[in-house]
Design a protein around this ligand. Structure first.
Ligand code: UDP
Ligand code: MG
Length: 336
């Protein structure tokens, strides 16, 4: 087999601080790998700008013009990490034998891409990058992240423990991934479902090289909830279970109250009334909310809206061809 064409897909959202370093490191890696004849000369890095509001796209575009194995796709607005990644994977698979997805912040050791390719050549179609330690994450991030994987497992969702979105996929695997047409793409849950031959490569997670996390607590919680509700109906079953238990409980209490009545020890009844009022009112609302969450999901799914819209594409088109809608003129000094 001749050397495979590799595309490294990097979703970027407001990453101007870290991007120059990321670009230079990935470029260096690619050049080395091409030099060692590990991958084809046609291999490239594809940066997907997920509707950033800072200079991210300008930085990417400037690199694209140099034509040194760099391509860029600018999405029309912020669609979130998962969809941005999907946009990149879809564009990349057209011209690649395998695709590696990685975050822009260099927290994941790019050195193991060598191992990814080795495994790919050995016939693996999906290679997961797995974090060996999280010493550099603060306690809170570590606890929430690890708790999340464990919780998902309990919910019956089989995730690769401590694997995020750093992985290699063969072209065939990406094609299969595209057949999952759901609006809520929780990639790390879906990729294992594809089922091709897969393996893991371990690495140590590092600090973000620059900039701040784009996943504040609010987004992290939304992401976790999305992950759970798109993969598991366990929460709805839980509501049913709680309903059944409280029904049985009320029978037991009913007998107890009746016996009190017959023994003549009745109270005014305010305490039990008010407690059960609050308890069941609360339970009903939780149950309703949960069901609503799933109904909402169904609603979103039935719309079949496109997951992203590409504004400018300098990956499949030459930068000159793709500048029509670009607000910065090619001859403008982008440093201004
Ligand atoms: N990202 C994105 N769109 C978003 C949020 C994040 O494309 O709406 C990208 C971001 O630029 C980065 C990756 O997703 O490349 C992961 O984000 P981050 O590193 O901030 O998450 P963390 O590692 O803190 O979980
Ligand atoms: Mg990160």
């Amino acid at each position: 087999m001749s050397e495979p064409v590799l595309t490294i897909v990097v979703p970027c959202y407001n990453e101007e601080e870290v991007l120059p370093e990321t670009i230079s490191q990935l470029k260096r890696l690619l050049t080395e790998m091409i030099g060692e004849k590990e991958i084809s000369m046609k291999s490239r890095v594809l940066f997907v700008d997920d509707g950033s509001r800072d200079k991210t796209w300008e930085i990417i575009y400037r690199e694209c013009i140099k034509k040194e194995h760099i391509g860029g796709i600018k999405l029309s607005r912020n669609v979130g990490h998962q969809n941005a990644l999907l946009a990149g994977l879809s564009a990349a698979k057209e011209v690649s034998d395998c695709v590696v997805s990685i975050d822009a912040d260099l927290q994941d050791d790019i050195g193991i891409i060598w191992n990814f390719i080795e495994k790919f050549k050995a016939g693996y179609e999906v290679v997961y990058g797995v974090r060996q330690n999280r010493d550099t994450d603060n306690f809170f991030k570590r606890a929430t992240a690890e708790g999340f994987y464990k919780f998902m497992k309990k919910m019956g969702v089989d995730l690769i423990y401590n694997h995020a979105d750093y992985r290699l996929m063969s072209r065939r695997a990406v094609e299969e991934l595209e057949r999952y047409e759901e609006a809520n793409m929780f990639l790390r849950g879906i990729v294992p479902l594809i089922g091709f031959r897969s393996t893991s490569v371990f690495y140590d997670r590092m600090e973000r090289v620059a900039g701040e996390t784009k996943y504040p607590l609010k987004k992290m919680l939304a992401f976790a909830l999305d992950g759970i509700t798109s993969f598991s109906i366990f929460p709805i079953r839980l509501v049913l279970l709680v309903g059944c238990l409280s029904f049985i409980g009320s029978l037991v209490f009913g007998i107890y109250f009746l016996s009190l009545k017959f023994l003549g020890n009745t109270h005014t009844g305010w305490t039990s009334l008010i407690t059960s009022l609050w308890l069941f009112g609360g339970l009903q609302l939780i149950g309703l909310g949960l069901v609503g969450e799933y109904v909402g999901k169904i609603y979103m799914e039935t719309k079949r809206r496109p997951k992203y819209c590409i504004d400018i594409d300098t990956f499949n088109l030459a930068p000159e061809q793709s500048t029509k809608s670009f607000h910065v003129d090619k001859n403008d000094n982008l440093d201004k």
